[in-house]
Design a protein around this ligand. Structure first.
Ligand code: SF4
Length: 411
């Protein structure tokens, strides 16, 4: 990782992928590393990315490149005093090459002095910043809290009595969480979650008719980024769904699982034990932050990643790595928890997305033929998405009825 943080730290620019980035910036600020979240991607940043990339990249690369370059082209931007935050990973995924390409582009633009902060998923983001353990722990707490806020948002919004109230409350809750992270998390963060619980308890909702529940899985960037997924969650809600989004925590637990698996396989038992401790710490923090809001959630606990991998094993070897294993493992988990449909989203030409879409027929055959929709996003903007979602929701209602009838017969 390139940090090179001097006595006067540089400003770290983080592309806005989703609200989790705000708490990461809060954690950096808490560690006296000035951080700024870039404005959300839009048509302008997509156009910049398409213009500068080579054309064979996936869409998260276009927009993150566009976001960084738009900032770098602004007159007040000082390359000597700036650092771009762009994590990386090993393995087959193109994500590992984003920062390489972006450095090249910045150089071409005459901005080669800009440094990168690139923590890597290959070692489960160890060595992150100058006080790596504390910073990583703080970021983790913030990520858990935002995951929980989003779960609440998605479980309450479809049933709210006053349109817009849940979104408004979510924004207030996010601000509280960011402030608590700036105060180094811990007790202030638990207090913020207690406040959140009180507010959601008081939110007027009507759940007399339960909507079909859809599990949203797929590539992590597009799953969370509303610009690139064309606001898929709101679109699903508009056609009658309640959505459970595969959370961000699972990715971090997956990198832990992967690291543990590989260190044990190569006889590096010290590293294995150290990751076991990290994993235990993260689970402990998750339970602590979850506790105040747990009673409000239908699916408060995520199934441990190790179990997801075991569920997947009859279909696909988890050691083959890539996000495909998480997408498929989570889809199986959702179906076994009684959800009514799966939406799997991916960028155009995403290899893990192509694998999971290719495997979907096989998985569905063992999952009572649960309705399953693969959506591929290119950089051109979709056309017929609403019609496809309406047809899909019709299938989920049929599936829901069929299952209810089967359950009534069984009793
Ligand atoms: S998972 Fe797919 S979209 Fe994401 S970086 Fe890798 S190849 Fe690109």
């Amino acid at each position: 990782m390139t940090t090179n943080v001097t006595e006067q730290p540089k400003t770290i620019y983080l592309p806005y992928m989703c609200d989790h980035v705000h708490v990461m910036a809060s954690a950096l600020n808490a560690h006296n590393l000035p951080a700024e979240v870039l404005p959300p991607s839009d048509d302008e940043t997509m156009a910049i990315g398409l213009d500068l990339c080579k054309g064979r990249e996936c869409s998260p690369c276009f927009v993150t490149t566009g976001d960084l370059i738009r900032r770098a082209r602004q007159p007040d931007f000082d390359p000597e005093r700036s650092m771009m935050f762009m994590p990386t990973t090993g393995g087959s995924c193109r994500f590992g090459q984003y920062n390489v390409l972006q450095r090249e582009i910045l150089e071409r633009e005459g901005l080669g002095a800009v440094e990168f902060m690139s923590p890597t998923g290959s070692n489960s983001y160890q060595g992150f910043g100058n006080n790596p353990t504390r910073l990583r722990q703080l970021m983790w707490q913030g990520i858990v809290a935002v995951d929980l806020l989003q779960k609440l948002l998605h479980e309450y919004r479809p049933y709210e009595l006053q349109p817009g109230q849940t979104d408004q409350l979510y924004q207030q809750a996010l601000q509280r969480v960011m402030q608590a992270v700036e105060q180094h998390g811990g007790k202030p963060l638990v207090a913020a979650m207690q406040w959140v619980a009180q507010q959601f308890e008081a939110l007027p909702v009507d759940r007399s008719t339960r909507r079909p529940i859809i599990g949203l899985v797929g590539e992590i960037y597009i799953r969370f980024n509303e610009y690139t997924n064309q606001d898929i969650i709101r679109k699903l809600e508009a056609v009658g769904a309640e959505v459970i989004l595969a959370d961000a925590m699972e990715w971090f637990y997956y990198t832990n699982w992967n690291y543990k698996y590989r260190s044990r396989a190569h006889g590096r038992f010290g590293q294995f034990l150290s990751m076991c401790l990290t994993d235990a710490y993260q689970q402990h923090q998750e339970r602590r932050i979850l506790k105040p809001v747990e009673h409000l959630l239908t699916f408060p606990h995520a199934t441990p990643v190790g179990q997801l991998m075991e569920m997947l094993r009859p279909y696909y070897h988890p050691e083959l790595d890539s996000e495909a294993v998480l997408t498929m493992g989570k889809a199986i988990d959702f179906a076994r928890h009684g959800l009514d449909g799966i939406v799997n989203i991916m960028p155009f030409s995403c290899m893990p997305g192509i694998i999971s879409a290719g495997m979907s027929q096989r998985l569905r055959a063992d999952l009572d033929n649960i309705p399953w929709l693969d959506i591929i996003y290119d950089a051109q903007g979709g056309t017929n998405i609403n019609t496809r979602l309406e047809a899909f929701m019709y299938q989920t209602r049929q599936f829901q009825r069929r299952r209810q009838a089967a359950s009534a017969l069984a009793h």
